[in-house]
Ligand binder design. Structure first.
Ligand SMILES: NC(=O)c1ccc[n+]([C@@H]2O[C@H](COP(=O)([O-])OP(=O)(O)OC[C@H]3O[C@@H](n4cnc5c(N)ncnc54)[C@H](OP(=O)(O)O)[C@@H]3O)[C@@H](O)[C@H]2O)c1
Length: 255
């Protein structure tokens, strides 16, 4: 196989959760550029989702959109089924959507904690449960979860979010061992500070932004596109011997 063939995803079908915007959108576009049919996803019908689907379809015309709020426990398995129904079967699952509630840990309510654990952790294993049988049948599958540098450097105002990402990364290592014999890799990509909608407000405070930048050895925030190369590696044949890995894309912030 030459290098282009190793990254070629023609004939593969992918679901990327939370791909209406941000990192998920960039990964969906990358997968489509490599030839995969992609199910993009958002919580509800929205202009951003329509625009992302249109761009993804320019690269990969069979792509579709699926919709659902992952805080509803019925939704994770249903969106996997919707995407699989559109393509026949799913080969690649990128678990990217998450929610993040910023507040001092002593003020977090039970409901806020449960909501973050549902979307960031419970939905993850439910989607993997739903996606694995078809991957097993093909003896080929790629599961990529999107974690966070907060697995290693938890933010004081995001205790539950940070813990949910660590739980997800533990799940990845556990399942990588169990699914390896079926030709399925399971990995985690952990971004550092990436400029997306979720941190625009916080980083608009220049003093805070300068303090955070000072914690990053490369002294820069990342762009969503900075996550794409690592994601493509772990979603293609190029990464077939990589499993159970936590790959940080963070300018060294974890150090
Ligand atoms: N940005 C960073 O600095 C950073 C750092 C570390 C880790 N991460 C992780 O990277 C991933 C992507 O982050 P991002 O910054 O690109 O996110 P973002 O720009 O805030 O986009 C969030 C995406 O998730 C979807 N989403 C939000 N709540 C959802 C729910 N309840 N059910 C289903 N989908 C939901 C959104 O859909 P709608 O458009 O419909 O709302 C949107 O597509 C997340 O897992 C995040 O934890 C990000």
């Amino acid at each position: 196989m030459n290098i282009n063939e190793r990254f070629n995803l023609s004939g593969r079908a992918a679901l990327v959760t939370g791909s209406s915007r941000g990192i998920g959108r960039a990964i969906a576009l990358g997968l489509a550029e490599c030839g995969a049919a992609v199910a993009v996803h958002g919580t509800k019908p929205a202009k951003a989702l329509d625009e992302t689907l249109a761009e993804v379809r320019r690269l990969s015309p069979r792509s579709v959109a699926v919709i659902g709020d992952l805080s509803n426990p019925d939704v994770p398995a249903r969106i996997v089924a919707d995407a699989a129904a559109a393509f026949g079967a799913l080969d690649i699952l990128v678990v990217n959507a998450s929610i993040q509630i910023r507040k001092p840990w002593g003020e977090v309510t039970q409901e806020e904690a449960e909501q973050q654990m549902q979307v960031n952790f419970h939905a993850t294993w439910r989607m993997i449960q739903a996606a694995v049988p078809a991957m097993r049948a093909k003896k080929w599958g790629r599961i990529l979860t999107i974690g966070s540098v907060q697995q290693q450097r938890p933010h004081p105002d995001m205790v539950v979010y940070a813990a949910s990402k660590s739980a997800q990364e533990n799940l990845v290592r556990n399942l990588a061992k169990q699914l390896g014999p079926d030709g399925i890799t399971v990995n985690n990509l952990a971004p550092g500070v990436i400029l997306t909608d979720r941190n625009t407000a916080a980083l608009s405070d220049e003093t805070y932004a300068a303090r955070v930048r000072g914690m990053i050895p490369s002294r820069a925030f990342g762009e969503a596109e900075d996550c794409v190369g690592a994601a493509l590696l772990m979603c293609s044949d190029a990464g077939r011997y990589i499993t159970g890995v936590d790959l940080l894309v963070d300018g060294g912030m974890h150090l």
